[in-house]
Design a protein around this ligand. Structure first.
Ligand code: CO
Length: 256
């Protein structure tokens, strides 16, 4: 008799409020959708794991530790689903850990990150727009994370796809890579619009969303306001969108 499990792998966040609403909710949905599989949690950020231990006395496994725990629990059939947005550095690292643990189980299958196929982009966009109400004349500016990995191409692809689907009032920038806020601002100027709704395009609304995006100083909000825009900031992580969580469930089903 196979003992089955799903390992949900997230970058992680030290903000417990958003963790519950995003990572916690995804895990809940997975456990409902796959009642024959026990759900395990791992984070890929060692920094966040250490911070949670220190400040909340919360113990979270790395991918390696979670796989060891599953083996010790007698799990033989493993599905792994990352909650990563793109197939970048965190996903590569996760894959390395999984590869070296292959021998521990009868079967390991791995689902893809959020934005993998062209269909994923379209579904993610529809999921976002289905739950986002823009005011008259408002432009939606999304803050993605961004990476030095070649997978950063996902962000311009995302904006392109928004426009191809008719959502021309949406712009995508990244906090750590390209496109930058200044590239977004150039497009905003061309649009002639004066109102902006800021939202993270990240799984959680954690540090980057609260500080770099919506903070009162040195943030996208403050820079846009200084440039004369009327700005609303929405602290809602992608994991809070039902349609986004549904894509992750589909990726598990695909892998199985
Ligand atoms: Co970051």
């Amino acid at each position: 008799m196979e003992k089955k499990a799903v390992l949900i792998v997230s970058f992680g966040t030290s903000h417990l409020d958003t963790m519950e609403k995003t990572i916690g909710k995804i895990e809940e949905d997975v456990s409902e959708a796959f009642p024959d599989r026990k759900v395990y949690r791992a984070f890929t950020s060692g920094m966040i794991i250490r911070k949670l231990k220190r400040t909340e006395n919360m113990q979270i496994d790395t991918v390696k530790e979670a796989l060891e725990r599953m083996e010790a629990d007698g799990i033989t059939d493993v599905a792994v689903q990352p909650t990563h947005i793109i197939n970048g550095i965190e996903n590569d690292r996760m894959m390395e850990e999984i590869m070296s643990a292959m021998g521990k189980f009868h079967r390991i299958r791995v689902g893809k990150p959020l934005l993998s196929s062209v269909d994923d982009y379209k579904k993610a966009i529809h999921a976002l727009m289905a739950e986002t109400v823009l005011r008259e004349g408002e432009v939606l500016v999304l803050m993605g994370h961004g990476t030095e990995h070649h997978a950063n191409a996902a962000y311009p692809m995302l904006e392109y796809t928004f426009h191809a689907l008719g959502y021309t009032q949406v712009l995508v920038g990244t906090v750590e890579s390209f496109p930058e806020l200044k590239n977004v601002m150039t497009k905003l100027e061309i649009s002639g619009k004066k109102k902006v709704l800021l939202m993270p395009f990240m799984l959680v609304a954690g540090d980057h969303a609260k500080n770099d995006m919506a903070g009162e100083e040195d943030s996208w909000k403050s820079e846009l306001e200084a440039a004369g825009y009327e700005v609303r900031a929405m602290l809602k992580g992608l994991g809070e969108f039902e349609g986004i969580r549904r894509i992750f469930l589909e990726h598990i089903r695909e892998a199985l």
